[in-house]
Design a binder for this molecule. Structure first.
Ligand code: IPE
Ligand code: IPE
Ligand code: MG
Length: 247
């Protein structure tokens, strides 16, 4: 059995459908999505998860109707004002991952301030991917290396990524019933265990999270090796993650 995943990543999808089903505007679904995230963060802290990375706004989400985009930007500012004090009390370190250049000064200031306020917290790192795309991250990492005249290797690219401050996700969850990554963590999810939930994000509760963690606990992570190799290592070094034992 695998221990509780150290790093969980989530594509929080289904807010719009949740609102549509209730004859509410889509933004009402996004607001409910913030409440769901707040509950999920608390549950992750309680379960000993070290890193939670969530997809809040993709590089492609700019293509949505302008009132939805501006509603999401406004919601970010409002949600930070409401949630940061509580996150801070719970030892959560907030990090925003994505291209900040296209964001308004007001939003950018909100993100900077939330990061500064929570920078010293150690209990859980919450990465919020905002104006983020997996392809953007790979391209910006390559550009960084090229501008410094450094060689492009797996290791150097990895270190230049916007998510270099955390290890790769162990478990990647997508809610909302779709079976795709939609440009999320393309580089880092190479060996993540994938879990797809039919629940719409506003309805993804502690029980749904526990279901995903339980499914993860039964997966055999082989990292390219054979089952026999993995099982021998588990007997020799019980408790250590199998890919570290191989080294
Ligand atoms: C995910 O919910 C949140 C964002 C992309 C901002 P959606 O808004 O994509 O919800 P559905 O997929 O339309 O139901
Ligand atoms: C992915 O969801 C982005 C976020 C959850 C922020 P989308 O709803 O944008 O993905 P597609 O368009 O259905 O692939
Ligand atoms: Mg969607």
């Amino acid at each position: 059995m695998n221990p509780v995943p150290h790093h969980i990543a989530i594509v929080m999808d289904g807010n719009g459908r949740w609102a549509n089903a209730r004859f509410l505007p889509r933004i009402a679904g996004h607001k409910q999505g913030v409440n769901s995230l707040s509950r999920c963060v608390r549950a992750c802290v309680e379960r000993g998860v070290g890193v939670l990375t969530v997809f809040a706004f993709s590089s492609e989400n700019w293509n949505r109707p302008s009132e939805e985009v501006s509603g999401l930007m406004e919601l970010m500012v409002v949600a930070l004002a409401k949630e940061v004090p509580r996150l801070n009390d719970n030892g959560v370190q907030l990090r925003f991952v994505g291209d900040r250049q296209r964001l308004s000064d007001r939003v950018r200031h909100g993100l900077d301030k939330a990061e500064q306020t929570t920078a010293a917290n150690q209990r859980l790192v919450l990465n919020v991917c905002f104006n983020y795309g997996g392809r953007w991250d790979i391209a910006q990492a390559a550009q960084k290396l090229a501008s410094r005249g450094e060689a492009i290797t797996e290791q150097s690219l990895n270190q230049a990524m916007a998510l270099a401050h955390v290890p790769d996700p162990d478990l990647l969850i997508r809610t909302g019933g779709e079976f795709r990554l939609s440009n999320f963590m393309l580089w880092q999810s190479a060996y993540s265990e994938l879990f797809f939930s039919d629940r719409l994000w506003p309805e993804f509760d502690e029980a749904a999270l526990d279901q995903a963690i339980a499914a993860f606990s039964h997966r055999e992570r082989r990292f390219g090796q054979t089952t026999a190799q993995v099982r021998t290592q588990v007997r020799a070094h019980p408790g250590a993650p199998s890919h570290e034992k191989a080294a």
